[in-house]
Each structure stands twice: as structure tokens, then as C-alpha cells.
Design a protein around this ligand. Structure first.
Ligand SMILES: Cc1cc2nc3c(=O)[nH]c(=O)nc-3n(C[C@H](O)[C@H](O)[C@H](O)COP(=O)(O)OP(=O)(O)OC[C@H]3O[C@@H](n4cnc5c(N)ncnc54)[C@H](O)[C@@H]3O)c2cc1C
Ligand SMILES: O=C(O)[C@@H]1CCCC=N1
Length: 353
């Protein structure tokens, strides 16, 4: 224990910066492999300042991106593993409808991820998702593995499982400095820690964390309007609609997605899959009356595709995306991360058998 007034300096096998879903799972899997791990978080947990808060996220198999699609079988196994360990359900299988104009590149990216029987005709769509009204000629695809991850519950579950496996969570501790070396030293607002391995999962604050190391990654934090829309007629009790993703909309080039009413009874979450550039520290400092252009395009969409919802949001919350350049990074791009920051070869991931 450090002398009074001096920061304590504890040593670990690994340190993870940022207790969002990425860092919390990284720490949990390190602890599963017997690594003595410290998970550092600047805000007291739980918090709603980053990207992982809220009740719901979509998960699915049908990603146009090959690397995501390839990960998903193992991802579903890992979710099941955590549900079994935590003794709670984290994934609600609702099915997912992807809709868009024939020939839309993103829709075609989905098409070859689903089977021929998963191209829905109007009758089948009406049975599975009665409130959704595609435009004439639009294609609707079905991903039966699509569903809702209970995000807040998942975050608690993985952090609790990490602690149960001997992991240390220090929240309300902001990382101020990283000194690379064979033993990396991490200095926070109240302590100093050392480990041979460091994982940085700081989300929208990543560049603020790595800047003192002379690093700047091409990342752009975005403020996301999280919108919930009231059902004009309460859906029959217990009825859970599928999730959906709408692509190829000229007025919404990044796509629109929706999840069934979960967080707030009678309110359906429908959001635009993009946002406004922001500083993570300024996300909620939008002057009253600031324009929210994405809410307007969502109202337009809802009036046409989801006429059972009131076309004005009943609840408006905020979240953060951190996006990298839309175009694939040139092959030569490798972050010039000091060697000391690159984790030593760890125990290979458990065979995803
Ligand atoms: C509205 C919205 C909807 C989404 N929908 C989906 C979806 O349906 N499906 C899906 O797969 N994904 C979805 N996502 C994306 C997903 O939520 C994010 O990719 C994920 O939550 C990112 O997690 P993270 O841990 O990287 O970031 P974060 O959750 O932001 O975690 C980073 C953490 O690092 C901490 N931190 C930063 N700096 C420091 C520091 N100096 N010291 C200590 N701690 C620090 C922060 O406080 C934060 O807690 C959505 C995101 C949003 C915002
Ligand atoms: O990729 C997904 O499934 C989701 C869709 C909603 C917003 C973010 N990601």
C-alpha cells in the first residue's frame, strides 16, 4: 500500500482502460484465462456517457461485412456462455427484417447472408411484422437469428462475472498518463498501476487517451439521437415485433433501424444509423432548440413505413458512436503503436468449439 498521499502502485498481469462493453468483455476473458486483471473506468458505474448504455442493442448473423458475419457463430456462443455463467437471459431472439430497394448494394450484401427461403413475400412479412409497410417493389429479407441484446443487463453481467473471477474494477478513476515499457505504468486520478499488457477500449475518448503517446487514430465520435416513438394503439400484450434495418433510402443513406418496445412500454426505438460530429465531453451540451436533422428524416420514415407509430418522438436520448473512415483503410495503415503497448502473446483464445 503506498504511503499516505502517494498514489498506490499495484501490479497486474493486464490492465484494461474503459469499462464499456468492449473493455468489460476483454477483462472478463483475460480473467477467464487466469490473468490478474485491472479494469479502469473514468466514471462511476453504471453511467450513460459512452456508447454501451441503454436497454437494447440488435444482434444478428446477417452482416454484409464478411469479418462480422464470420465472427457471429462464435459471438452467439460467447453470449450463451455468459448467460449460463450469469444465470440470466441477455438475448431475446425476435428475428430481424432487412428491407430495401432491389439492387441496393447494402441489401445485396445482406442477401447472400440469408437463405433463399428468407426472402419474405408480402403475406409472410405481414404475418411476422404486421406494422411494417415496405414500399412497392422493395425486398424484405429475414434473419431468424436477429434479436435484442439487453445492453445494460449484459454490461452488469459481464462486469459481475469478471469480479467473481478475481478481476478488479476501479471506477471513478480517469487514466491520465501511460508510460510504455516492459512494465507499462498507468497513472490515474487516484492511483498508479503496472502491467506487461495494456488494452485500451476507451471508445470516443480513445484519441484523448493515446495522444500523449504521440498517437492520433482516424476516429470520429458522433452524437447519436436515440429516439423512441409511441404506438398509436398499444400492441397486444406480449407481442414482440422483430428488429428491422432499412437500407437504400435516398434521404437516409446510413440506414434506419428499429427494435421492439422494450425499454419503455409502448415506445418503439427507431433511430438513424449515424449522427453529428461531437466531442465526447460535449455530447449533451447542445443548446436548446438546436436542429436535430436526423429526427426529421426519422419522422418521414415512420409516417410512411410504420404508420402505427406517432410520427414525433416521445423520448429523445443521446449516445455516442466512434467511427473510423468509411472507406476500407489502405493495407499499409497500421497504427504506430509503441511496441511496449502491444500485448505480449497471450494465451490463445479458447477454441471456439
Ligand atoms: C444509439 C446506439 C445504438 C447502437 N446499436 C447497436 C446495435 O444495435 N448493435 C450493435 O452491435 N452495436 C450497436 N451500437 C454500437 C455499440 O453500442 C458500441 O459499439 C459499443 O457499445 C462500444 O463499446 P465500447 O466499450 O467500445 O465504448 P464505450 O461504451 O464508450 O466504453 C468506453 C469506456 O471508456 C471509458 N474511458 C474513456 N476514457 C477513459 C479514461 N481516460 N480513463 C478511464 N476510462 C475511460 C469511458 O468512460 C467508457 O465507459 C450502438 C451504439 C449506439 C450509441
Ligand atoms: O449493426 C447492427 O446490428 C446495429 C444496427 C443498429 C445500430 C448499430 N448497429
Amino acid at each position: 500500500m503506498a504511503a499516505p498521499g502517494q498514489p498506490r502502485c499495484a501490479s497486474y498481469d493486464a490492465i484494461v482502460i474503459g469499462a464499456g462493453i468492449q473493455g468489460s468483455f476483454a477483462a472478463y476473458h483475460l480473467a477467464r484465462r487466469g490473468r490478474d486483471t485491472l479494469l479502469l473506468e473514468q466514471f462511476f458505474l453504471p453511467h450513460s456517457r459512452g456508447s454501451s448504455h441503454g436497454q437494447s442493442r440488435i444482434t444478428r448473423s446477417a452482416y454484409p461485412q464478411e469479418h462480422y458475419a464470420r465472427m457471429m457463430p462464435h459471438s452467439f456462443q460467447l453470449w450463451q456462455q455468459l448467460e449460463d455463467e450469469a444465470g440470466t437471459s441477455l438475448y431475446r431472439r425476435t428475428g430481424l427484417v432487412v428491407l430495401g430497394p432491389p439492387g441496393d448494394p447494402e441489401l445485396e450484401g445482406y442477401r447472400h447472408r440469408v437463405g433463399p427461403d428468407d426472402v419474405l413475400n408480402a403475406v409472410t412479412l405481414a404475418q411476422r411484422f404486421p406494422g411494417l409497410r415496405p414500399r412497392p417493389g422493395e425486398v424484405t429479407l429475414w434473419d431468424s437469428t436477429g434479436g435484442v441484446l439487453l445492453a445494460d443487463r449484459a454490461l452488469r453481467a459481464v462486469q459481475d462475472a469478471f469480479r467473481r473471477r478475481g478481476g478488479t474494477v476501479c471506477d471513478g478513476e480517469k487514466v491520465l498518463r501511460i508510460d510504455p515499457g516492459a512494465e507499462i505504468t498507468v497513472t490515474t486520478s487516484t492511483g498508479m498501476y503496472r502491467a506487461p499488457r495494456l488494452i485500451i477500449t476507451a471508445g470516443a475518448w480513445t484519441n484523448a487517451v493515446v495522444a500523449p503517446l504521440g498517437l492520433h487514430l482516424p476516429l470520429q465520435p458522433l452524437r447519436i439521437d436515440v429516439c423512441y416513438w409511441r404506438e398509436k394503439e398499444p400492441s397486444s400484450s406480449g407481442a414482440v415485433t422483430p428488429c428491422f434495418i432499412a437500407t437504400g433510402l435516398p434521404y437516409a443513406p446510413h440506414g434506419i433501424y428499429g427494435l421492439p418496445a422494450l425499454e419503455y412500454p409502448g415506445l418503439v426505438k427507431v433511430c438513424y444509423h449515424y449522427g453529428s460530429p461531437t466531442d465526447p465531453e460535449e455530447r449533451d451540451r447542445t443548446p436548446p432548440g438546436s436542429p436535430r436533422p436526423h429526427v426529421g428524416l426519422l419522422s418521414n420514415f415512420i409516417s410512411s413505413y410504420l404508420p402505427g407509430l406517432e410520427p414525433q418522438p416521445a423520448v429523445l436520448e443521446s449516445c455516442l458512436y466512434t467511427v473510423s473512415p468509411m472507406s476500407p483503410l489502405p493495407p499499409r495503415w497500421v497504427p504506430a503503436v509503441p511496441q511496449a503497448l502491444i500485448p505480449h502473446p497471450m494465451v490463445p483464445p479458447e477454441h471456439p468449439g
